[in-house]
Design a protein. Structure first.
Length: 319
């Protein structure tokens, strides 16, 4: 009996002792410091994730703005490990995206040195984590702009959404902020419309089937900082206008509100599809929100009074 009691006390003591030294779980939403990066401290780097592994590389050193980097590191299971160097020219202000299990890293800027002029880039190299190797040469390039000139840039944005990648905005070799967006399906680039102001250094994140592009700088002299939010639907490739937005993309027919302050919709989008409605009163827009509803096409005589379509069609209400 005494022996049994001793075992009970011993087990209780060990359990209490272990519990006392177990680190408590952090409440959800709190930050905690992770394992420090093992490479050279830098700014203007680029990162991407494939599965449960994160990759960080490129950038420029803090000691001098003219020294760009080309090393790459992976972070897995709390450990930083250096991988093969980026095969292209060292650079900073680049972007990265992932399609399938292949990462694409490109664009960016290489500052001048004693032996080389500065250079903006529009090339992309591919990294395959299954082999741990980069492509020897660029696998794709941003297409030329409307004037047939190079679309090289730095400080752009990039994201992946529904098996497609998107690259846009940034600053050009002529020191102009850019207002564009390109879609890459793995083989072909397609230029899309971007409704926001020209910008560089913007932020982008993806939630479900939508990408949110926001913030950034619109002036080359860093005098105009932006706070707008532009929502891109990866399924329809259409944009949600921010609440109260009064600008309408060029090429869309404008329809004035009637005497009651309500817009008429005469047509809907391709295949009769629209994803947004904007309601108006005499003082302007009341609300803007996503519906995700498919409508049937209506003739002019059968047009609905009140909501208007805001999609790829040539019809949108004049706010």
């Amino acid at each position: 009996m005494k022996y049994f009691s001793f075992l009970v006390y011993l087990v209780a003591f060990i359990a209490c002792h272990d519990d006392h030294h177990t680190e408590p779980e952090l409440p959800q939403g709190q930050w905690t410091e992770s394992h420090p990066f093992k490479g050279i401290p830098r700014t203007g780097g680029v990162s991407f994730t494939i599965g449960d592994v994160a990759y960080v590389g490129l950038g420029r050193t803090l000691s001098t703005a003219t020294e760009a980097l080309k090393d790459f590191w992976m972070y897995k299971d709390t450990t930083w490990t250096r991988i093969a160097d980026f095969p292209g020219t060292e650079r900073y202000g680049a972007v990265a995206f992932v399609l399938g299990n292949i990462a694409y890293v490109g664009t960016g800027y290489t500052p001048s040195t004693k032996n080389q002029a500065d250079e903006f880039h529009h090339d992309f190299y591919a990294y395959d984590p299954s082999t741990g190797k980069w492509s020897d040469t660029p696998v794709t390039y941003l297409p030329p702009d409307a004037q047939g000139e190079s679309n090289a840039r730095k400080d752009a944005i990039a994201f992946s959404l529904n098996n497609k990648a998107y690259v846009g905005t940034g600053i050009s070799p002529k020191n102009h902020a850019l207002k564009d967006l390109y879609c890459f399906d793995g083989s072909t680039w397609t230029e899309l419309y971007f409704p926001g102001e020209a910008r560089y250094g913007a932020s982008v994140f993806v939630i479900d089937d939508k990408a949110v592009i926001c913030l950034g700088t619109s002036g080359a002299n860093k005098t105009s900082y932006l706070a707008d939010v532009n929502i891109f639907d990866g399924i329809t490739q259409e944009w949600s206008p921010p609440p109260g937005k009064s600008e309408i993309p060029s090429g869309r027919r404008r329809i004035r509100p009637d005497s009651a302050g309500l817009c008429h919709s005469f047509h809907f989008g391709q295949n009769g599809r629209t994803n947004q409605r904007i309601y108006h009163d005499r003082d302007g827009p009341v609300s803007s929100y996503l519906l995700g509803i498919r409508y049937s096409k209506r003739s002019l005589e059968e047009s609905q009074r009140s909501p208007c379509s805001y999609d790829k069609a040539d019809v949108c209400c004049r706010l």
